[in-house]
Design a protein around this ligand. Structure first.
Ligand code: ARG
Length: 582
């Protein structure tokens, strides 16, 4: 509908240009928004206000001219001028009903599919030396939700888990594995708790000069391709990636081992990256390190900031790997967009490496590089989330606690459910709540993690939405049990609340497109929350199964069906499992 109205406006504008009322070369940005207040129609544009000055006419006069020149459309019931010169469009109820019928008939809920692009989604990407902690939650679930939405729109999505599996800390871990071996300790046992393993290795590193020396030797051996070191390193990574996979499965994040493309995979390309930067004249040597200085990046004193690509001793850095990864995404994957779901605090890093990659010609204009940064998850004290003793919280522990709390909650509400059922519901509610609480916040802001809030049945929460969905499903189930088949009856929008619900349902495509463009799952959360609210007031005002006329009953059943599918699809795109009852 939005597209249709934009086209009508486009044509009206062209006619005004033909009549020389507006200069032929004047091209205002066409904007059409959903109205908040339905007495202003469904869509509004400020086009007349934007164009009035150039046309030398009062905005309201120009608005009238724009309206007079709009091509006739059966989809528009009424067009009005409002306030200083806004134009309001009222969509025809029949058109709206047809649009919803088309959505019901389509597995994509009537969402038009754009031209398909190849989109790399860089997500999760923990450093493998330690276990995944709460800091990895946001990257994993926000990236996953956006990836799902892009796939829903028909894009080719390539998930890349850019794990930190290469770097100096591995020397220390390998040295410790070597020691374990010498003492005949079973390594996989020792590694079953990565956190303790890391701490024990670090302790040895700090207390023994010999150990530290060996660790440094091992990094060099590893990086120069020594087979024994590589074998140990692979063993370490295997176990570490298994830990990650457990977390992804529990979180219902669509990541597998095939999506892992860690820093180490770019190792063979790093020397070439540096050589090519050298050849393009971008490299400067500064205290033995190879750097790129770009004019746009300066510190507070106005001194240029370097992007270091090779250290004095020859070692490569995080930036070098990212440059190689961009090249891979451009040349091997032929990506149109590369989206990076990484902590906002790495903003400068990404601005810098994106800029270097462009200047060096590693990526072409056709590849859009987008850092989708996110804020910090804080504890109730407003400081980064920690355990009572000040340690970082393991993600798996947090998820288990959420599940346990959900279990108590669901049990208190439904003491009669069987243990199995309770467990299933608790898993969906517990994990869903952690995810939803995060996804529903604007990703660039910090937020406070609170079990109480996320598990509440009131407000914009997972329990509220999951419960709302079970209520809609309940109505549909009863209809089926009563043998009602509404599929052949038309949707008829007569009551105010029916129109209101229909309007909300019709907005799904716009919401998904905005999410896909900006990488912001919270817009979908906000929409689903509104939809559930609108449905509930519709249901209060318009009885469904007990409607007086069969035609009204069937039409309302269809609205309920579409609400069910929209809520379910929306939650699925957020990576949240839904329930039949709870
Ligand atoms: N491993 C990094 C970290 O934990 C995040 C990597 C993000 N992705 C990237 N291409 N740099 O901070």
């Amino acid at each position: 509908m939005k597209q249709h109205i934009l086209e009508l406006l486009e044509q009206s504008l062209a006619k005004l240009k033909d009549q020389s009322i507006i200069a032929a070369d004047f091209t205002p940005r066409l904007q059409l928004d959903r109205t908040k207040d339905k007495s202003h129609g469904d869509f509004a544009t400020n086009l007349a206000l934007m164009t009035a000055k150039a046309a030398g006419k009062p905005p309201r006069d120009l608005a009238q001219l724009l309206i007079d020149n709009l091509p006739a459309s059966e989809h528009i019931a009424k067009v009005e001028i409002a306030g200083p010169g806004f134009i309001n469009f009222f969509v025809d109820d029949n058109t709206l009903a047809n649009q919803l019928q088309a959505a019901l008939d389509d597995e994509h809920l009537g969402v038009p599919l754009p031209e398909s692009q190849t989109i790399v989604v860089d997500l999760s990407s923990p450093n493998l030396a330690k276990e995944m902690h709460v800091g990895h939650l946001r990257s994993s679930i926000i990236g996953d939700a956006v990836a799902r939405a892009l796939e829903f729109l028909g894009h080719k999505v390539i998930r890349q888990n850019h794990v930190g599996d290469w770097g100096t800390q591995f020397g220390m871990l390998l040295a410790y594995m070597e020691e374990m071996r010498a003492q005949n300790t079973e390594i996989s046992m020792a590694l079953s708790d990565l956190e303790s393993f890391y701490r024990a290795a670090k302790k040895r590193f700090d207390e023994s000069e010999d150990f530290a020396k060996r660790a440094r030797e091992l990094v060099v051996e590893l990086q120069s391709g020594d087979e024994d070191c590589l074998a140990l390193w692979r063993e370490f990574n295997e176990i570490s990636l298994d830990h990650c996979q457990q977390v992804y499965d529990k979180l219902n994040v669509k990541l597998t081992r095939d999506d892992v493309r860690g820093e180490s995979s770019y190792n063979p390309d790093l020397a070439q990256v540096v050589a090519d930067l050298e050849a393009s004249g971008l490299l400067t040597e500064d205290q033995g390190a190879k750097c790129v200085f770009l004019d746009e990046f300066k510190n507070q004193n106005g001194d240029p900031l370097p992007v270091i690509v090779q250290k004095q001793g020859g070692g490569f850095l995080y930036s070098t790997t990212d440059l190689a990864a961009m090249r891979y995404r451009q040349n091997q994957l032929n990506a149109d967009r590369a989206l990076y779901f990484v902590d906002q605090r790495q903003g400068l890093h990404f601005q810098q490496v994106f800029s270097v990659a462009r200047k060096a010609g590693f990526v072409k204009d056709g590849l859009s590089l987008e850092h989708m940064g996110f804020g910090t998850m804080n504890g109730e004290d407003g400081k980064p989330f920690k355990t009572r003793s000040g340690d970082t919280v393991k993600l798996i522990d947090l998820l288990n606690e959420a599940e346990q709390r959900a279990f108590e909650l669901v049990k208190s509400k439904n003491p009669d459910l069987s243990e199995d059922e309770l467990r299933e519901i608790a898993l969906a509610v517990g994990i869903g709540s952690v995810k939803y609480a995060d996804l529903s916040k604007n990703r660039s802001s910090d937020y406070i993690f609170s079990f109480e809030q996320m598990l509440s049945f009131e407000g914009n929460t997972a329990p509220y939405l999951l419960y709302a969905l079970t209520r809609v499903r309940n109505i549909l189930r009863k209809a089926t049990e009563a043998g009602i088949d509404a599929s052949q009856s038309p949707i008829a929008l007569e009551q105010e609340k029916e129109v209101e619900l229909a309007n909300k349902l019709a907005q799904f495509a716009e919401v998904i497109n905005r999410l896909a463009e900006r990488g912001t799952p919270h817009v979908l959360c906000g929409y689903l929350f509104e939809l559930a609210g609108v449905f509930s007031s519709f249901y209060e005002a318009c009885p469904v199964l007990s409607a007086e006329q069969t035609s009204a009953r069937d039409s309302r059943l269809k609205l309920a069906k579409l609400t069910e599918r929209t809520l379910k699809t929306g939650l699925e795109l957020l990576g949240i499992k839904t329930l039949e009852r709870m």
